[in-house]
Ligand binder design. Structure first.
Ligand code: SF4
Length: 293
């Protein structure tokens, strides 16, 4: 098994920003100034550099022709240690499988919000066992969680929306862990949310997060894959999956904000069901952070 290859990334401490990192030294790093909060909120940081835009257009054109399996391998070839695969504890395990198949070293990042189902945590451990890797788990800042709970209680999101809690438990820790990277892979698909993901591209600048060189590249190899195709592949390859799917939970997040859906309902209707469909993102994939995801 490629245990050593996988652990190469996991056990190597992250270099300080701007410092070279062994075999993955990138001569393009420098002291580029990061965008202001206003530029970040308006997306101006993505438009100000024509070369960067041209690069992302070329990347998008290339990745739009690749199968999900090939797209994962190509991303690992191109970005190496500067890339992280996001794993949400759901069917995006397929991306981890493709990465393992590639034979290339890779790193996997997941979030433990403190409100996950125990089944999701056990599933994460099962994935580590199956693929002989250690998932990099990001946790929220304890003081921020304590302040929120002290001020508003444990279930404030039912009263005033999930934005604030998601910002503390998801967006901030992910921002911290993505900052040293140049690109990340997500399991997003267009068919996951007609309200928020219908314009998803296979490669784009992340509307929320910055990497070490400025705009972070977001790659979504499953962008045009349907839910049925993902599940057909998971079953055919006999890949471990979250047992909550068998209980009618299709889109799986935190325990208080996820519920089973009925036949005919869209998968996203099981998330934040007390809110409008257009707000069913947690802030990880929408511009203008902070705000509802
Ligand atoms: S999904 Fe719910 S519990 Fe989890 S971070 Fe968002 S609001 Fe909080």
């Amino acid at each position: 098994m490629r245990r050593g290859a996988h652990l190469h990334f996991i056990t190597s401490p992250d270099p300080p920003q701007g410092a070279p990192s062994g075999d993955f030294h990138d001569s393009t790093r420098g002291n580029r100034s990061l965008p202001t909060p206003r530029a970040l909120a308006t997306g101006a940081h993505l438009r100000q550099n024509g070369a960067v835009s041209a690069d992302i257009d070329a990347l998008d054109a290339e990745f739009s022709t690749l199968s999900p399996r090939r797209a994962v391998a190509r991303a690992l070839e191109r970005f190496g240690e500067d890339l992280v695969i996001s794993f949400s504890g759901a069917e995006d395990v397929l991306l981890v499988h493709y990465a393992a198949e590639s034979g290339l070293p890779f790193r996997v990042l997941s979030l433990d919000t403190g409100r996950l189902h125990p089944e999701t945590l056990r599933f994460l451990a099962a994935v580590e066992e199956r693929y002989q890797l250690r998932v990099e788990v990001a946790f929220p800042q304890a003081s921020a969680v304590e302040d929120l709970v002290r001020a508003k209680g444990l279930f404030s999101f039912y009263r005033d929306g999930h934005g604030e809690c998601c910002q503390i438990r998801k967006v901030e820790p992910l921002r911290r862990h993505l900052a040293p990277r140049r690109a990340w892979i997500t399991g997003q698909r267009r068919d996951q949310s007609p309200g928020t993901r219908s314009t998803l591209r296979p490669a784009e600048h992340d509307p929320v997060f910055l990497g070490k060189d400025g705009p972070l590249i977001k790659l979504s190899p499953l962008w045009s894959t349907t839910s049925a195709e993902v599940w057909d592949t998971i079953r055919a390859l006999d890949i471990p999956h979250n047992p909550l799917h068998a209980r009618g939970m299709i889109s799986i997040g935190c325990e208080p904000c996820t519920r089973p859906i009925l036949p005919g309902q869209h998968e996203r209707e099981g998330r934040w069901w007390w809110e409008e469909g257009t707000k069913k993102e947690c802030g990880l994939h929408t511009g203008g952070a902070p705000g509802p995801e």
